[in-house]
Every structure is written in C-alpha cells, then in structure tokens.
Design a binder for this molecule. Structure first.
Ligand SMILES: [Zn+2]
Ligand SMILES: [Zn+2]
Length: 194
C-alpha cells in the first residue's frame, strides 16, 4: 500500500491479523493508501521521519499545503520579538511558503521566524514533552502544558498528541474511569490549547 499523510484507510491488528478500514469514501479505481508515519506530527517532522526510515520525501497533498488543509497544526503563538523570545502580541505564527523557503509569519504583527528556528523550537518542545510523558505522571504532564501555553497555538497538535499518549501509555482506561483528576487532565490536553 502506498503512503499518504492523509490516508483513506486505518489499520488495526488483532492476533496477527491486519484489518483495514476505510476512513473516507474511496471511489472505484482510487488508490488505497495508508500512513507510514504519525498523522499527529507536523509536516516537517513527518517528512524528516519518512526520509530517515523509508528513504523518500513525501509530496502528498497535505505535505504540499503549508497550512495542512487550513488546520495550521504546526502554528505557534506569537511571542512578539524576533526569534522565540519577546512578549505576546496575541497573534499566532503560521507557516507560509515564500518561494522555496518556509517562513513562520505572525498573522497579527507580521513578525517572522525562520524555518530553522521553528524546527529547533518544535524539537525542544517535542523532546521535553516526551520526557515529561515518560514520567507517567498526569500532574507533571499538566504542569508542562501550563508552562508552555505561551508558545503553543490553539491549533497545535502537541497537546492533542500529548493527550493521546497520556491516555494510551500513562493511564489505563480503568484508571481514567476511576480517577476524575486524570480524566480531566486528558480532556484538557485533548482540547485546543488556550
Ligand atoms: Zn505527506
Ligand atoms: Zn505577533
């Protein structure tokens, strides 16, 4: 099956049997696609992962659209000044393509960040988030989210991915059902960042 970052199927495994389920209408003759990477990652992270593990540069429709179908999932909250520091203007920085270059430009104050700066910031965020989630402690995860509200935009996939990981790895469904605090933490992570 060919890869696509917005595939038309999802896979499930049970006792060595793979079940493929269509996630959107598949017209007769259309290619059946699956994803070789995490759909909860932004374009830069997906392409880097695919290049490193599958040795190709993805050029699917989602990868060719800097806004990722208008979702702006890699958007960052604007911090005003140049680079990653400075006060907030209340706007957000979204990826816009200028020729071959990617540039993150604020929708309100027009300040920008280079793709390299954004890539570094995303890597730091993902690294510290991963380390925090590895502690398997909902309170510490909540503290991470609180500490990074200023940089995450409302559309960022990091809180959504964090919520999914919390639920999957950190807290069992039984714990979630029994522990109101743990459930609230997961719900807060799954909701868009404020
Ligand atoms: Zn792609
Ligand atoms: Zn701004």
């Amino acid at each position: 099956m060919a890869h696509d970052c917005s595939p038309n199927t999802n896979r499930f495994y049970d006792a060595g049997v793979m079940t493929l389920v269509a996630t959107q209408p598949v017209p007769a003759g259309a290619r059946v696609t699956t994803s070789y990477t995490s759909l909860l990652w932004g374009g830069e992270a997906r392409r880097a992962h695919l290049a490193a593990t599958k040795f190709f540069l993805c050029t699917c429709r989602r990868c060719q659209d800097p806004s990722e179908f208008g979702t702006d999932v890699t958007a960052l909250a604007c911090r005003g000044g140049e680079g990653a520091t400075g006060g907030s203007c209340g706007g957000r920085r979204v990826c816009r393509r200028h020729g071959e270059d990617l540039c993150w430009r604020c929708t309100r104050c027009e300040k920008s960040m280079t793709a390299a700066e954004v890539h570094t910031l995303h890597q730091v965020l993902a690294l510290t988030l991963g380390r925090t989630l590895a502690l398997r402690d909902a309170a510490k995860a909540e503290a991470w989210l609180e500490a990074h509200q200023g940089v995450l935009s409302g559309e960022s996939l990091l809180p959504v991915g964090g919520g999914e990981a919390l639920e999957r790895d950190t807290l069992s469904p039984a714990t979630l059902a029994a522990d109101a605090n743990a459930r609230d933490t997961c719900m807060a992570w799954a909701a868009p960042a404020r």
